[in-house]
Ligand binder design. Structure first.
Ligand SMILES: *Cc1c(COP(=O)(O)O)cnc(C)c1O
Length: 219
């Protein structure tokens, strides 16, 4: 199946309120151009170097999302152009994004990553940590970041009951935060294997890679 066929099939299946981030990591520019030509404008990458290389060579009306784990010392490379940073998982990182956004005269949209999976390898805040952050004075001082929502990754498992529980817990936290702490509007959850389930559980932004571009080959 071609990229454009895959993409069109996914797009027609998505409810209107759900934003599709086409995850193009490891894929060449030609693949992104093929997706771009079907009208896709939002692409997600998880490596800073690859993201900046692609930003420099591809059309300027692409919205680039950083979806991977971001190290503070690399924020400066993407701060001039990134549209949304999904995986903000510490105050230290948020503070650095704020600093680099200010230097670039920008306000950068961010999602706070919540640890919902049972796997220890995944990053993110706990519920207690995020509420502590959102109610702190140090958070209110960060004027050049805009927290527009939450992001989470479920455990990598075939057990849909578990995945559903994890998505539901993130949706519950999202509702709690948006009603009591911060007016957020974006819930980024769901990948190729579980985005339909994520949408059923309240996701309004899905990050889909292999179902569009095919399996990735890692060297
Ligand atoms: C790679 C990646 C995706 C996309 O994964 P697929 O299973 O290929 O759809 C989504 N989110 C994050 C954070 C990723 O790193």
């Amino acid at each position: 199946m071609s990229i454009s066929t895959n993409l069109n099939q996914i797009k027609v299946s998505l409810p209107e309120h759900v934003t599709l981030v086409a995850v193009s990591k490891t894929k060449p520019n030609e693949a992104i151009v093929e997706a771009y030509e079907t009208g896709q404008r939002i692409f997600g990458e998880n490596k800073v170097q690859e993201l900046t290389d692609k930003y420099e060579t591809l059309p300027k009306d692409i919205e680039w999302h950083m979806i991977g784990h971001l190290q503070s010392n690399k924020v400066k490379y993407i701060a001039p152009f990134v549209n949304l940073i999904h995986g903000v998982d510490s105050y230290k990182l948020l503070k650095e994004i704020n600093k680099r956004a200010l230097q670039n005269n920008r306000i950068i949209d961010c999602l706070l990553q919540i640890h919902i999976a049972q796997e220890q390898t995944k990053f993110g805040f706990s519920e207690e940590e995020i509420i502590e952050l959102l109610t702190s004075d140090k958070f209110k001082e960060l004027k050049n970041i805009n927290i527009i929502g939450l992001m989470g990754m479920a455990t990598f498992t075939e057990d849909t009951i578990q995945v559903k529980q994890e998505f539901n817990s993130l949706k519950h936290l999202y509702d709690k935060i948006s009603s009591s702490y911060l007016p957020i509007s974006t819930l980024s959850m769901g990948m190729s294997g579980d985005y339909q389930l994520a949408i059923e559980c309240g996701s309004n932004m899905v990050r889909v890679g292999s179902s569009i571009f095919g399996e990735r080959n890692y060297p």
